[in-house]
Design a protein around this ligand. Structure first.
Ligand code: ADP
Ligand code: F6P
Length: 354
């Protein structure tokens, strides 16, 4: 089995609260196993340029509570080219990096799988607020982003109550409605609009009109960015016109990506970080660490990437070829479970929130 003397850790793609907790766990777990750690700065850009420094036990002190990422992040198109990849491999050799823990989303995992194929074993950790990685129930940063949303919505509700207004709020999530869906329940929003389920604007207006007649003064509607940037502003105008309730539009955008991580994100990032190191040192690579039914587990990266494309309707020709019938059945089952969970949560939001 390969002997690991030194591993690298990087954060790539959109940052997420909890990435620092993951960097800390990877560093401390590796050092506990007698393995040195190199911090690779600015994601794959730093791997290409050699922006790399050793991380000791004290270098990761006082970061578990901080949002963002101490290693910084980047989107690096050069890494997708053969020349970029060759430079990255060269850097690994130069710095004696035997393996890498890459924290990010599906783009980051594609990079990790390319590196593994070229002799640098990689393990991925799911770090994104969007919760859009199908193979894991939760991603690092998702819980914090949702808590930030409900905190901000609670503030909006105060002013809505004073003025008898409706606030339509757009939250991030890329193509996934998870942040919008769960926060709609936790903040008592009158309605939620997500890309996974077709919305009925007339129904939203009728609901607001009926509640206003019964004396309700504050209204919150949460819209996921995945339905398009025009949707929220247009719905705001429509609500005001149809119901007569004065309405305002707010876009939370990147504010939801910062801030101190919640207990859940700190715990999950720590467990996943330590588990990633265990896996790497045991000789496992090309895997993503996932949380499934509250357990920390390893999932093959290719499985994770393909189930993701299947869920998002983006399967490419030949994608399923490497997988057994059982694997494909399992992918379909997992996707059905996710869709059912989204549908049930949506129905709960509709039923309970007036
Ligand atoms: P995320 O990891 O959050 O999905 P991106 O999609 O921006 O974010 O990907 C992060 C980085 O991963 C990219 O900037 C690029 O360097 C690398 N990457 C993305 N896609 C690929 C790919 N197909 N092959 C190799 N590297 C990739
Ligand atoms: O993936 C995280 C995310 O914040 C998405 O929610 C959003 O669509 C995107 O990144 C924004 O990207 P950028 O930081 O490049 O504006």
């Amino acid at each position: 089995m390969k002997k690991f003397r030194r591993i690298g850790v990087l954060t790539s793609g959109g940052d997420a609260p909890g990435m620092n907790a993951a960097i800390r766990a990877v560093t401390r777990a590796a050092i506990a196993h007698g393995v040195e750690v190199m911090g690779i700065y600015r994601g794959y850009s730093g791997l290409i340029s050699g922006d790399i420094k050793p991380l000791g036990l004290r270098d990761v002190s006082n970061i578990i509570n901080k949002g963002g990422t101490m290693l910084y992040s980047d989107r690096c198109p050069e890494f997708k080219t053969e020349e970029g990849m060759a430079k990255a491999i060269e850097t690994c050799r130069k710095f004696n990096i035997d393996g890498i823990v890459a924290i990010g989303g599906d783009g980051t995992f594609r990079g990790a799988t390319d590196l593994t194929a070229r002799g640098i074993p990689c393990v991925g950790l799911p770090g994104t607020i969007d919760n859009d990685i199908t193979s894991t129930d939760n991603t690092i940063g998702f819980d914090t982003a949702m808590n930030t949303v409900i905190d901000l919505v609670d503030k909006l509700r105060d002013t809505c109550e004073s003025h008898a207004r409706c606030s339509v709020v757009e939250v991030m999530g890329r193509g996934a409605g998870d942040i919008a869906l769960y926060t709609s329940i936790a903040s008592g929003a009158s309605a939620v609009v997500i890309p996974e389920i077709e919305a009925n604007d007339d129904e939203i207006c009728s609901k607001i009109e009926a509640a206003r007649k019964l004396g309700k003064r504050n209204f919150i509607v949460i819209v996921s960015e995945g339905v398009g940037s025009e949707y929220g502003p247009a719905l705001t105008e429509k609500i005001e016109k149809v119901t007569g309730v004065e309405s305002r539009f707010s876009r939370f955008a990147h504010i939801v990506r910062g801030g101190s991580p919640t207990l859940k994100d700190r715990m999950m990032a720590t467990k996943m970080g330590a588990f990633a190191v265990d896996m790497l040192l045991e000789g496992r690579s090309n895997i993503v660490i996932c949380e499934k039914k509250s357990e920390t587990v390893a999932v093959d990266i290719n499985y994770a990437l393909v189930i993701d494309r299947m869920y998002k309707g983006k399967l490419k020709e030949g994608d399923l070829e490497p997988f057994s019938v059982e694997d494909i059945d399992m992918m379909k089952r997992e996707i059905e479970e996710k869709k059912t969970s989204i549908r049930e949560t949506y129905d709960l939001s509709r039923e309970i929130n007036l």
